[in-house]
Design a protein around this ligand. Structure first.
Ligand code: DWN
Length: 417
């Protein structure tokens, strides 16, 4: 791709590594980089202007485990069941197998994982799955071939392909190991949903690319593979599941998605310039709201020490600028490796949910807004005591939850204002 084709549309300022939680002693040595975003007018791919070395991000200390985002366990079980039913694969490989939440739905006799983070590769090896503790490259695909593996009927990857810099190499490596009748299925956040919902917080070091179906279609085609189906998913605030093969007939969902993206303007640079304006407004609205609450003597905490909230807090200066130091007092997270640490850049303390009394706070900012319905229902006592939620997606708003009948049970649903 020629760099002349890449046009910058968003500058989110200096950012740390989104998942590099740290202790106070390491504040002075924190690595920061310029988080800027470009649109390639030729391939239509949206990417970061500056990539961070993968070894700095994905290593022994990488803390995000799929199993801690527990609603995802059900998602991966259902995905595996669907893939089993439709494609009945005899050989399966997962790229980016994390702590094995997808792998464990398949027999370890015929399933292997690829995972660059040593801590997770150890877990899936312990579960009996052959796991290559390496980055996904054409070199690794050759090694797997030389180790005697047959070509794979199913290659799967979730929230992984958009993490890799060199997409031509990624897809060449897949082509190298995909059986002639096999399917490559991968899920990643949807660029269209991000633009529709102003969820700019999907932009951080781990996402060097944000995929549209349009860009993927162009890049896969160039590498001799073809998208034959697209599913739109609600997970992670809106993702696409993309089905790829050597030569299966293309289904209507591909054309429909390409059309939807074109209708929204994803092929035009001005759409991204308009998005950049909405991102700036989102920042101003969030800071204004938090400053007002602070001045009114209200206390605000956050749930979910997400990579996404690293982007929000650093872009908005929350916890970063001295005059915005304590707008959000703390973050709770279910992940043990994040607890007792400080959030990247903002240095807001991360603690376990059990260690605090949520009723001491007036507002909860949803760092994990993608799990808002789950979190609101877990925090029923806070809701009953009049506690309120804050989100910035799709617009900065305050939500109060109400009991609403859902079939046979009552659930909390948030009404946003
Ligand atoms: O692609 C990626 C996605 C899949 O996960 C990575 N690049 C990094 C990561 O992004 P994230 O940190 O934004 O993901 P989540 O899944 O939104 O993270 C949710 C966080 O919130 C986890 O640390 C677990 C925590 N959590 C919680 O404290 N209470 C989650 C739930 C549901 C809860 O009730």
């Amino acid at each position: 791709m020629s760099s002349k084709m890449k046009k910058e549309f968003l500058d989110l300022g200096k950012h740390p590594i989104a998942n590099a939680f740290l202790k106070e002693k390491d504040f002075d040595n924190e690595f920061l980089f310029d988080l800027k975003v470009v649109f390639d007018t030729e391939s239509k791919l949206v990417s970061l202007k500056e990539f961070v070395e993968p070894e700095k991000i994905f290593n022994e200390n990488y803390p995000y485990t799929t199993s801690n985002s527990f609603p995802m366990i059900k998602h991966f079980k259902e995905t595996a069941e669907m893939l089993m039913k439709e494609f009945n694969p005899l050989t399966v490989m997962e790229i980016g197998s994390n702590d094995g939440v997808f792998l464990k739905n398949w027999s370890n006799d015929y399933t292997i994982g690829v995972e660059p983070c040593g801590n997770f590769a150890k877990v899936t090896k312990g579960m009996g799955y052959q796991t290559y503790n390496e980055f996904w490259t054409t070199g690794l695909s050759e090694k797997i071939k030389n180790d005697g593996y047959l070509l794979f009927d199913l290659i799967y990857a979730a929230n992984c392909i958009c993490h890799i810099h060199d997409l031509d190499d990624v897809f060449k490596a897949v082509k190298n190991l995909l059986h002639k009748d096999g399917v490559f299925v991968f899920e990643d956040p949807s660029l269209l949903k991000i633009l529709e919902r102003n969820s700019y917080d999907q932009i951080y070091d781990e996402h060097p690319h944000i995929f549209s179906i349009t860009a993927l279609d162009n890049i896969l085609m160039k590498n001799g593979l073809k998208i034959f189906r697209v599913d739109n998913l609600s997970v992670h605030g809106g993702s696409n599941r993309v089905y790829v093969s050597h030569n299966r007939p293309v289904e209507p969902s591909v054309r429909e998605n390409l059309q939807k993206e074109d209708d929204f303007g994803l092929n035009e640079f001005k759409t991204y310039q308009e998005f950049a304006k909405r991102v700036e407004k989102s920042k101003n609205d969030l800071v204004d709201l938090l400053v007002k609450l602070k001045n009114d003597g209200k206390r605000v905490m956050s749930i979910g020490a997400t990579a996404k909230s690293t982007t929000v807090f650093n872009y908005c200066g929350i916890g970063v600028s001295p005059w915005q130091a304590d707008l959000i007092e703390l973050i709770t997270d279910t992940t043990k490796d994040k607890q007792g640490m400080c959030a990247p850049g903002s240095h807001i303390p991360v603690v376990s949910r059990e260690s605090i009394d949520i009723n001491d706070y007036d507002y909860v900012y949803l760092g994990a807004w993608n799990f808002k319905d789950v979190i609101v229902n877990i925090e029923s006592e806070f809701v009953q005591n009049g506690g309120k939620f804050i989100t910035h997606v799709p617009n900065v708003s305050i939500g109060s939850a109400k009991w609403v009948p859902q079939g046979n049970i009552n659930e909390f649903l948030v009404e946003w204002k």
